[in-house]
Design a binder for this molecule. Sequence first.
Ligand code: NAP
Length: 555
Amino acid sequence: MNHDRHVPEQAEPADGGAIAPDRPRVAAPAEEAITVATAAADASTTIEALLANPLRDPRDKRLPRVAGPCVLVLFGVTGDLARRKLLPAIYDLGNRGLLPPGFSLVGFARRDWANQDFAQVTHDAIKENARTPFREEVWKQLAEGIHFVPGEFSDDGAFDTLATTLAEIDEKRGTGGNYAFYLSVPPKFFPVVVKQLKRTGLANPPEGAWRRVVIEKPFGHDLASAKELNEITSAVFPEESVFRIDHYLGKETVQNIMALRFANNLFEPIWNRGYVDHVQITMAEDIGIGGRAGYYDGIGAARDVIQNHLLQLLALVAMEDPTSFDADALRREKEKVLKAVRLPHDLALSTARGQYAAGWQGGEPVVGYLDEDGIPLDSTTETYAAVKLEIANRRWAGVPFYLRTGKRLGRRVTEVAVVFQRAPHLPFSEDDTEILGQNALVVRVQPDEGITVRFGSKVPGTAMEVRDVSMDFAYGESFMESSPEAYERLLLDVLIGDPPLFPHQREVELSWKILDPIEDHWSAQGQPEEYPSGSWGPASSDEMMARDGRVWRRL
Ligand code: NAP
């Protein structure tokens, strides 16, 4: 998010083609607002045209952030993530005019496909899952740059073919040797692919070009394995070329936590132990593990969600203001707060875990975790995890941060709730404030993105009765444009080389340091407590809150 450099150095395509303009940030029908890059146009003319666009907000003098010439190599293109998120996001970027004319996409997987087969799969994934409308001319331009390399990750020959293919693409499409390697593959293959990239020389850019590697979570299984993975990666790619994806950081609502806190004077003065009672961070899913038994079992809710998404949310909510939003400044503040996180002394009383049993979801009966396909009958993997954390610094001492996540809960919702202390004195009769709760500021991360402030208000009538009401900000109502998907934002940042929204290895290690003792404690406990599918988790989680005189928010 370095706003000083919206047009990166490589922004001008090698063939002198257009820099494709971003959509203006004003309401406009999608068709009119989108301009597709054409190789014929001249870059400076296009930027002038963009700035002269009558639909553009005249106060907006920023230049668009557009990727320069490059190739995206996608390992694991037949996987779930590629089909649902990555391929559609690439199209959406193209549709918004943020990819350069020569942009090329290379898929790598074990199928015996020709380029056309991969193009067809990409086309279908886009039709099914893209955010922006399908436009034939955008698809045609993208399809011209689609290639496929079949092979096993252990197959040297396949990687040699990949190297030859990339050199040919550079020659034909002016991509300048700039490659991003996206590892959308099971974690055990990260080292194999990285070593292949080293062996073939693909990890080393020629003068003036760049090479980047994108790694999906989980970044290891614990602190030791995270360090091990990093040693392998850092032996091949320098830290500034490694982009670790935590897709929560690509969400508009998550980035808005920083805007809310640091662009306003309304909230920050009370954002501390003097006013905040506690913080609840929740990521609830209504679905079970689906077809992902192989990935999920042995990992569980805490490693899958708390180690990355929830601790990143905690860091953004609790950190001090960074001196700027460049990567170093932002990461430094997140690291400081992660370093200050403390576990309560008694983990048995301040953590809870559970495993979903049979129950109901959306009016349908569903099976329990142990009856899901591919799950061993004696699995002790938790599908629900809750922890209480404290932050040992001047701002937060004594304010608990409660984190919870689970599958097969009542509904899908992610939110951060900052719950404030009660007013020190209520000059009303007890009867009139009997059901008045605590003030809260809730960042609704998903779905129904926005912010809610809960406060007490007089009930109309002759008595002085006070009850809770809510004031809402909803993205959909305040901004006429729909928010980009997290993967759109993050893929563009990778191609531009803008790292603030990607966790540094130090953050990854600090998060494992927090989680490892909890995992050790749980592994000695045997079977997790059952909770019925469709409920809000195990009783021990409510008991954990009750011991502190608090309750989980009803969602
Ligand atoms: P997936 O559905 O299991 O796909 C894995 C991909 O890797 C497939 O394309 C598979 O190709 C390929 N592959 C596996 N072994 C291979 C080998 N030996 N040689 C060549 N290709 C091989 O996984 P996914 O759900 O897409 O997840 C990908 C990554 O993203 C994982 O690291 C996961 O943890 C992470 N992630 C996923 C999600 C999600 O929502 N899915 C969310 C967050 C993070 P074949 O078709 O040939 O098997």
